[in-house]
Design a protein around this ligand. Sequence first.
Ligand SMILES: Cc1cc2nc3c(=O)[nH]c(=O)nc-3n(C[C@H](O)[C@H](O)[C@H](O)COP(=O)(O)OP(=O)(O)OC[C@H]3O[C@@H](n4cnc5c(N)ncnc54)[C@H](O)[C@@H]3O)c2cc1C
Length: 537
Amino acid sequence: MPAYSYAPQPFVRPPELDGGATGAPVAIVGAGPIGLAMAIDLALHGIRSVVLDDNNVVSVGSRAICWAKRTLEIFDRLGVGERMLAKGVTWKVGRLFHGGEEVYSFDLLPEDGHKYPAFINLQQYYVEEYLLERAREFPDLIDIRFLSKVVGHSASPEGVTLTVETPEGSYALAADWLLACDGAKSATRERMGLDFTGQTFEEQFLIADIEMEDSPFGDHGIAERWFWFDPTFHPGKSALLHAQPDNIYRIDLQLDLGADAKVEASEEKVIPRIRAIVGDKPFRLDWLSVYKFRCIKLERFVHGRVVFVGDSAHVVSPFGARGGNGGIQDVDNLGWKLAAVLKGEAEEALIESYHEERSHGSAENILNSSRSTNFMTPKTPIEALFRRETLRMAHDQPFARRLINSGRLSLPCSLEGFALQTPGEGKLRPGQPMLDAPVGNGWLLPLLQGEFTLVGFGEIDLPDVGVRRIGIGQSGKGYETRDDHGGYALQRYGTGLAYLVRPDGHAAAVFHGEVPEAALKEALARAMGKSCEREIA
Ligand SMILES: Cc1cc2nc3c(=O)[nH]c(=O)nc-3n(C[C@H](O)[C@H](O)[C@H](O)COP(=O)(O)OP(=O)(O)OC[C@H]3O[C@@H](n4cnc5c(N)ncnc54)[C@H](O)[C@@H]3O)c2cc1C
């Protein structure tokens, strides 16, 4: 049924099956978007990994389609951002309808001066395909093994041994670290007896991805996110419409409680539902799925040398597009920390900060996701009354529009207040993700990510303590400088301020007027999870 043509990846006989025990610093279980991104991130830091996947094709079905600006910025650092942008459908406006009437619209990125848009829509199989091709560019650092199912592991404080089943036999693989990127049904998690905690929702939704020449957005032309409460074509329920590349459109329809998933996903049931939306315009079904969802997470993401990343650690509803986007933020957070530990630049305790920061990030996603779901599918008469009255008033009362929740879309998580950040005040506070801006002939973020960077804006000198230095709106310094093209950077960061930026693009410290060397070293040590006294001494 899908228009996408799947290329099965070959099984390559691993050396372990012939007695060659290679082992690896990192074993990654799962070559979904998170496992692949993780391997690329580590490779960019020079860390070797073996990626094991029980399957041999990229995502079956489009699944995730909405990729947020922050994810694209991380993809940019991984070397695939521009390719994703070129293929994806760019959008930033959402429209909300109640019955047959538009109630309001919102613009997710009203300002200029950013390399990447608020969102692109791109099928998960393309995202994985591009990540896989990028990973193949590191043959010495990334060893991807398809049709390789991890069926067991044993862990010690020094490392992990995995049991891998393949079409040609089983073998043991030794690794210093195991990254469980094996998805929502993570067998690693089950083997370890770790439970998810959170909420399971009974409501079911139907996804119908359809291919059609004429846009179901009608004369409107531009791609947007359209969401209906109680639409005339699907009374009493909700509906969502998104555009994807290749003339594919996603229609997501709420179903009756207790509906039979098999029946609902049958063409006899689905086609009349789509006809009610697109009229008699021709279309082709590309992918059908009926899903329920959970908003749940692990209590701890780090268990000694086993670390959970992406859906294996947390799962949310698709409304808000926080699953894959949240997982990519996990990768961004863990990559540099694990590399620093493996290179002996930081102590193992730094990995604990991955748990603290990303557990917080996923709790934020779960909170937003659960709130949206509760608004969309009220559980009590009071919630139903609240929703009905909110929607009724929203037609002419702006305050009520703010109360409507059809999925608060994925935003970068702030890490303010966590141990690696040095408290401070600036236009941007430590912990917040740095914002893009046009500088020189390019963009600011690509200059800041990937390694610790001290960036100064306007009149401030940057001392040399061994981290990369970039001056914006400066010239004639003994380090790299760029023009503040169009004035965006100084407006976003303030003038006379400097920021110490972590490799994942989050501000770690802010300095005003001058950057005292000792304070900078202290902030750097803190950001690496080191005891400040020891580092300064
Ligand atoms: C309908 C739907 C719509 C969604 N929409 C969005 C969206 O718009 N935006 C968004 O950000 N997110 C969205 N998501 C969520 C997104 O799809 C997931 O968050 C994402 O797939 C998580 O990636 P992952 O790599 O952690 O896990 P997965 O994609 O599940 O990958 C896990 C991989 O591990 C492999 N594996 C599993 N067990 C083993 C084993 N024992 N040995 C070896 N390999 C193994 C699997 O084969 C698989 O390749 C959506 C999800 C659904 C279901």
